[in-house]
Design a protein around this ligand. Structure first.
Ligand code: UT7
Length: 351
């Protein structure tokens, strides 16, 4: 049986570590609120000028080294992001150039927090159908461009001006979202190999009904021109989110789709050795764990250290889980996620 195996993983974060207390300098928030509601303790932001493909490049190099594979062996790139370097073209091709590769195919995936899971499914299909032999799958995000403040130097502990009271009030308008996100990139190298180990199966879903519960209202071609001064003055370039609605969807759909993927593979949920869920909110993941009746030893979370890094959360968690011995050869690993769109899904892998 030909199965797609993950041969190596790696990740990088933005250069600047920012704690919850650091964010208090920018807006009306507190370490206690952020920890209690989301579990996030710190996140990383890039230095201005570092892009999503730069993070993808750093992660790809680490994954290549981990896999013992040379960059020239990559013959397909799949890149998941919702924060591309440019409106177009996508990040896949830019990363191909940064890696110094020939004109190999490069595909962008736009499934937000479920981007890596959709990316795994597409990669598996490409590998098992023989259209790719050594595939680089990346999930990377630079969310800091969404942030409403301009006083980055002050946030990073420099001498730059602090926000005025008016600016703090503006920043606070978006505090329910901005405190959650961080910048990072994760990558995996995949190859189809004969045997029982590797990706076993997927269940993915999309439902565009109610997509406005989590979306960017401007910077799109539903309006003409696609971005205006008014958008910036009104903050319509910043994601809008109905947090409670997204929370409810996540805690319902994620356990449901884990059960579906396990049923399709004929394995009981209790056989999962490690659940790696998208890291959007520690409270969501705790509720998913309870719904699935999995012990703490079978769940991996690291949102405390990185925040929500959208398409990057799953490869980062997988890399940390593999390298800390939480994933052993032969373990049954389940990935699950839900995000804007709405898109959600789960994948099963025999490590
Ligand atoms: O990966 C993409 C998917 N996204 C998600 O999965 C997010 C899902 N949703 C959530 O994680 C939660 O809904 C949030 C963490 C975003 C928000 O938590 P919540 O318990 O739903 O809080 P809320 O938005 O209802 O706000 C409760 C209170 C409000 O104050 P009042 O009206 O009760 O006085 C907010 O103004 O908390 C206030 N608040 C804050 N206070 C301090 C909102 N954000 C903050 C903040 N700091 N950062």
């Amino acid at each position: 049986m030909l199965r797609s195996r993950i041969l190596g993983t790696g990740f990088v974060t933005g250069q600047h570590r920012v704690t919850n207390d650091d964010l208090v300098r920018m807006m009306d928030t507190s370490d206690q609120w952020i920890r209690e509601r989301s579990g996030v303790e710190q996140r990383y932001y890039v230095e201005e000028g570092t892009t999503t493909t730069d993070l993808g490049l750093g992660a790809a190099r680490k994954a290549l080294e981990d896999a013992g594979v040379k960059a020239e062996e990559i013959d397909y790139i799949v890149f998941a992001t919702m924060t591309p370097d440019h409106y177009f073209p996508g990040c896949g091709g830019i990363l191909q150039d940064k890696l110094g590769l020939g004109p190999i195919p490069a595909l962008d995936i736009r499934q937000q927090c479920t981007g890596f899971i959709y990316g795994l499914q597409v990669s598996d299909a490409l590998l098992r159908s023989g259209q790719a032999r050594t595939l680089l799958l990346v999930g990377a995000e630079v969310h800091s461009g969404f942030m409403p403040w301009t006083q980055w130097d002050h946030l990073f502990g420099g001498e730059g001006p602090a926000p005025t009271e008016t600016e703090k009030a503006w920043n606070s308008r978006f505090r329910d979202r901005t405190v959650l996100f961080g910048d990072a990139g994760g990558a995996a190298i995949l190859r189809a190999v004969d045997g029982d180990r590797g990706l076993l199966g997927f269940k993915v879903h999309s439902d565009g009904n109610g997509f406005e519960s989590l979306y960017v209202p401007s910077c799109g071609f539903a309006q003409r021109p696609y971005v205006t001064d008014k958008d910036f003055l009104e903050g319509r370039h910043i994601p809008e989110m109905n947090g409670k609605q997204v929370f409810k969807l996540a805690v319902t759909r994620m356990p449901e789709v884990v059960r579906e993927v396990c049923a399709a593979q004929g394995v009981p949920v209790q056989d999962i050795d490690l659940l790696i869920a998208h890291q959007a909110n520690l409270r969501i993941n705790e509720m998913v764990q309870r719904a699935l009746e999995l012990p703490d030893s079978k769940v991996f979370n690291n949102i405390q250290r990185y925040g929500n890094t959208t398409a990057a959360t799953i490869p980062i968690a997988l890399d940390e889980a593999r390298k800390s011995g939480r994933v052993k050869d032969g373990d049954l690993v389940c990935f699950v996620g839900l995000g804007a769109g709405f898109h959600w899904g789960a994948a099963l892998m025999r490590a």
